[in-house]
Design a protein around this ligand. Structure first.
Ligand code: LLP
Length: 469
């Protein structure tokens, strides 16, 4: 069951609500429209796929969509959170994700903001005097998933790492300097940090180069030939670091599960090597990256179950806890960007549908040449002319397009036009370029009511940055 469907009379519905009716009621500007039940169904699909794999973690990648209401909903459904900045961690805490679940909470006056390299040692003395907490693992509910938070990234800064250490977040080690910073953060926070080594397995994800991460020349992770250096470094810091697992993330929009399996085979071999040196590692984190059917072509793409099943035996054979970090496959298909047609024009050999939405609200087509399916929300007259159009916005860039060479009926001014699969990496990558302020977000709830879940940004918001200057 999918949330967006066309009725036989040609109207687009979100669950049981006509999108045209929603357009008449909400602000007259582009807006994002989500289905809350679809978010639930997507999480349930992962949970069902993970049955039989105890202590697994669905770490939702917040970068895909950071709407607070959506985060709260995902947290209630049992997801953990995957973070790439201190602000994403703060937002996760705000949404109620509880990385300290099951741990003794250790309070220490936060030194963040006052920190200079010379002060680290004195702070360390101070926090040690208060004592160190036990290194209890987070509790796991009987559905097998936890609210665990995981901090990722190739350029994590010290302030953010200190917050992560204080909050008991799992941290993925990305480089030599990252490890040094994590050790410093542990000293400042007075807490041992649970770390996973982010290994770059050099498996080709077969995706656009901008979203490939796990190949050997990528800026992310550590190469296997350096593994011993990292193991020695962890051994040298028994009070600051506890190695709990290994992580990899291959890339995004992956549509063949064999790719995940190839990486998992390499990863369990690394885990065997790591365990052979006396480390008790329990977690295999295979990252995110599962693709979705952007083309709406009816092609059969791998499901969460296909993904989990392809690594299940490997995970069980080593008695590991599986961590996955889905973003797109949890949230992309739950949302459309809803636009209005401003007009239709022709230049040279090109026909254009100009809409009010643009690359400012949704940049994926401009940035990655990504295809996102486009359709009108209302039926067109029986013999309406169908032409090939580029669907473009009003922004002053020739890169401002939402779709190229789409066969569409010629729409009247004001017609609703949606860009599908806009739940992931659309609003979270939106900008205010040309002062097209970020759009509002709405969702359709289980009972069919439509609720605003984020205000649209306004001109006044922009002016506020200059107040008092
Ligand atoms: N884990 C890590 C370490 C990641 O870097 C990412 C995404 C994810 C998990 C989630 O991946 P997903 O399941 O969403 O594919 N802006 C691009 C996608 C960038 C993905 C960055 N990393 C796009 O719009 O396609």
């Amino acid at each position: 069951q999918h949330c967006f469907t066309k009725s036989p009379d040609g109207f687009l519905y979100c669950e049981d609500t006509k999108v045209q009716d929603i357009m008449e009621k909400v602000e007259k500007r582009p807006f994002y429209l989500y289905s809350k039940p679809q978010i639930t169904r997507n999480v349930e699909a992962y949970k069902e796929a993970l049955e039989g794999l105890k202590n697994s973690i669905i770490g939702y990648a917040i970068k895909a969509n950071n709407n607070l209401k959506i985060l709260q909903h995902l947290r209630k459904l049992g997801c953990g959170a995957v973070l790439v900045s201190g602000n994403e961690l703060k937002l996760a805490l705000h949404a109620g994700f509880d990385p300290t679940k099951g741990r003794t909470i250790y309070t220490v006056l936060s030194p963040v903001g006052l920190l200079s390299p010379d002060s680290v040692e004195s702070l360390t003395g101070f926090t040690k005097a208060l004592g160190r907490v036990g290194d209890k693992s987070p509790t796991v509910d009987n559905t097998g998933v936890t609210g665990q938070c995981i901090f990722n990234g190739n350029g994590k800064i010290l302030e953010d790492l200190i917050l992560a250490a204080q909050e008991g977040v799992f941290v993925n080690v990305d480089s030599e300097f990252d490890l040094e910073n994590i050790v410093t953060a542990a000293k400042v926070a007075g807490r041992k940090v649970n770390v996973l080594l982010r290994i770059n397995p050099d498996v080709d994800p077969q995706v656009h180069p901008y979203v490939a991460t796990g190949n050997k020349n990528s800026k992310f992770g550590i190469r296997n030939e350096k593994l011993q250096w990292f193991l020695d470094a962890v051994k040298a810091h028994p009070n600051e670091l506890k190695l709990v697992g290994a992580h990899c993330h291959l890339g995004s929009t992956i549509t063949k599960v064999d790719i995940f399996r190839d990486a998992a085979v390499l990863m369990v071999n690394y885990i065997d090597e790591i365990r052979a040196q006396g480390f008790e590692v329990d977690y295999l984190n295979i990252g995110g990256g599962l693709g979705i059917d952007y083309y709406h072509s009816g092609a059969v793409l791998p499901t969460p179950r296909d993904l989990i099943d392809t690594v299940r035996e490997l995970v069980l054979s080593r008695n590991l806890n599986l961590v996955i970090e889905p973003g797109r496959s949890l949230i992309a298909n739950t949302c459309c960007l809803v636009n209005r047609v401003t007009g239709v024009k022709t230049n040279g050999t090109k026909n254009f549908i100009v809409i009010d939405g643009s690359m400012a609200e949704l940049i994926r087509p401009s940035l990655y040449d990504a295809y996102q399916h486009i359709e009108l929300v209302s039926p067109t007259p029986p013999h309406a002319e169908v032409s090939t159009f580029d669907v473009v916005g009003p922004v002053c860039e020739s890169a401002d397009f939402l779709g190229k060479e789409r066969e569409l009926p010629t729409p009247a001014k004001g017609t609703g036009l949606v860009v599908h699969d806009a739940g992931a990496y659309c609003m979270s990558m939106a900008s205010t370029y040309n002062l097209k302020m970020r759009p509002p977000e709405y969702w359709v709830e289980e009972d069919g009511s439509v609720t605003r879940i984020r205000h649209g940004e306004t001109f006044e918001d922009h002016i506020r940055f200059f107040e008092g200057l």
